[in-house]
Structures are given as C-alpha cells and as structure tokens.
Design a protein around this ligand. Structure first.
Ligand code: NAP
Length: 289
C-alpha cells in the first residue's frame, strides 16, 4: 500500500531511512533544519516541505532527530507538527518523559507512536533496522508499510509509547557496557602480548557470537573511531537519559557511571566528532598504551 509519508530529520540515520521510503514507492515529503540535506532525496523523487507542519499533512510523519530539544522544536516550535493530521512516528532516541508528554499532547490529532530503532547508518541504508514500536494497535497497524520499508523486523512492546524508549535506552546502555568490557579485555590482551584481533576471533567464535561484539569489536581492533557512525555526544546524551530514567525508577546502575565517564573522556580527548566506541581509546590510554 502506497502511503503519504512525511520525514523530518535527514541526518545520518534519517537520510538513509527516507531514501528507503522513496525506494519503496511511497509519496515522501521531507524537511530538515539545514535544507541542503534534502537535495539528494528531492532528486530521487521526494517533495521538499517548507515547514515541519507541511510534512505532516499525509498519513504518517516520521521524525529522526538528534535529541529531546530537536524534537521539541519540531513538534512545539513555529510551524511545528502539533495538531497535524498525520500519525507521528517518533524514531529518535529521546527521554521517557518527553515520550509521555508527546503521547498526551498528540492524542487528539493524528496520534503518537514511539518507534526507536537499533542499527547504525549502514543498517539504516540497507533497510535492516530493528524497530521497537509501542502505541495504540490501530495506529501501529496504520504505519505498518512505512515501518516495513525501513526495517528487517518490528518488535511490539505494548500500547504505552514510552515503554519503547525505555527498551531503546536499556539497549544502548548494554551496547556501551559491551564496548567497555571488550575494550578492557583487548587492552589486557594487548599488554600481555596477544593480538586484539585474535582475542576477538576466539571470543566471537565461541561465547560472544553476537552482532554487537562483531560490529564494535572490529572497530576497537582497528581503532576506527572516525568518521562517527554514531557520534559520541549523542551516545553521552543517551547515557544521561538512562541515568534520568534510572533515577525516576530508583534503580542503581553502577556500571552506567563508568561508561558515562569514559564517554565524557572520549569527547574531552577526541572531540565531538568521534564515534561513541572511542571509549576504547580512553581505556587504552588509561592503561598507558
Ligand atoms: P545526526 O546525523 O546528528 O542528525 C541529527 C538530526 O537532527 C539532523 O537532521 C539535524 O538537523 C537535526 N537537528 C538537530 N538539532 C535540531 C534542532 N534544534 N531543530 C531541528 N532539527 C535538529 O544524528 P543521527 O546519527 O542521525 O541520530 C538521530 C537520532 O537517532 C538520535 O536520537 C540518535 O540517538 C538516534 N540513533 C542513532 C543511531 C546511529 O547509529 N547513528 C542509531 C540508532 C538511533 P541539521 O542537519 O540541521 O543539523
């Protein structure tokens, strides 16, 4: 079924997702704060919207923005999408609190679905994201063709949208913890004379045969932290969101403190353009490598 889809936020992830919607034959209208990022999509058949609201007049409007402030600007700002007829499908990694607010504020209009994603830009380009969706069943069903065009699988986690954001934040915490653990183990091995690549081959060939260890393990072995597929400041934003959620739910997360500090150090030492896996560089440096 061909849908009329608005797409707002054409960064590393959003641009690739919007391209797949165009590719799937949907009628796609795009908006980005920096307008030039829409050019390539317009050349491929998308329509350029002059404002976020203009992109939200169809069946669905998907947003993929940096953080809470960016999404708030697009929803509540001048010419924002608040009150627009399209179902708002929110893919950004945002706070649980903002998801709750958007659910309440958009209930009367098109409605709100939380649909954060797992997968880095190459997965977005290959339409191989994992979507974690939560919201009213009828709304999610209506968005089905749009979600199918960007993902390999859509998980449903109930009717409360913010639950999807909690799942996403939990997942990102686990990714960072896995990267930290791998970086520490590789540093130990390297200092003891074992090639990190060999360690990774053994571990991913035995007990750690999972995408997260393979993808990030290779980046750590190659110390390939630029260009960033997921920028460290966005990763730090996520760890801060995890901390806020943990505070609200009175959940001690001591490991979170470690990875968050290492992310801060990675940005302090490497700048804001490094990938969040640059915690590996911090771990090595702390060990004198
Ligand atoms: P990105 O490349 O930095 O893109 C950020 C987007 O947000 C750009 O379109 C940017 O517009 C827009 N933006 C920022 N501030 C804004 C504001 N105040 N008003 C309007 N638009 C604003 O980030 P990304 O890597 O695509 O990530 C997007 C979201 O997906 C984030 O929530 C991230 O945590 C999440 N995520 C990322 C990955 C990943 O691996 N990269 C994976 C899963 C989820 P401009 O072009 O004008 O700057």
């Amino acid at each position: 079924m061909i849908m009329r889809i608005g797409f707002i936020g054409l960064g590393q992830m959003g641009h690739a997702m919007a391209a797949n919607l165009v590719e799937a034959g949907h009628e796609v209208t795009v908006w980005n704060r920096s307008p030039d990022k829409a050019d390539a999509l317009v050349e491929r058949g998308a329509t350029r919207a002059a404002t976020p609201a203009e992109a939200a007049q169809g069946d669905v409007v998907m947003t993929m923005l940096a953080d809470d402030a960016a999404l708030e600007a697009v929803v509540y700002g001048d010419d924002g999408i608040l009150g627009a007829p399209a179902v708002h499908v929110s893919h950004s990694t945002i706070s649980v609190a903002l998801a709750e607010r958007l659910t309440a504020d958009q209930d009367g209009a098109g409605g709100y679905v939380a649909a954060p994603v797992f997968g880095r830009p190459p997965a977005a380009a290959a339409a191989m994201l994992f979507v974690v969706a939560a919201g009213r069943d009828d709304l999610i069903a209506r968005c089905g063709p749009a979600l199918d065009a960007i993902s390999q699988r859509v998980f449903r986690v109930g009717e409360t949208p913010s639950a999807a954001n909690l799942v996403k934040l939990s997942g990102n915490f686990m990714i960072m913890a896995a990267v930290e653990a791998m970086a520490e183990a590789m540093t130990l091995a390297e200092k003891g004379g074992v090639e990190p690549a060999l360690l990774l081959e053994v571990l991913t060939g035995t007990l750690f045969n999972a995408p997260v260890y393979k993808t990030y393990g290779e980046m750590l072995v190659e110390q390939r932290f630029t260009p960033a597929g997921f920028a460290a400041p966005l990763g730090l934003k996520d760890m801060n969101l995890v901390d806020t959620a943990a505070g609200r739910l009175r959940t001690p997360m001591p490991l979170l403190g470690v990875v968050r500090d290492h992310l801060r150090a990675a940005i302090a030492q490497g700048g804001g353009d490094v990938d969040w896996s640059a915690v590996g560089a911090v771990v090595r440096r702390n060990a004198g490598l």
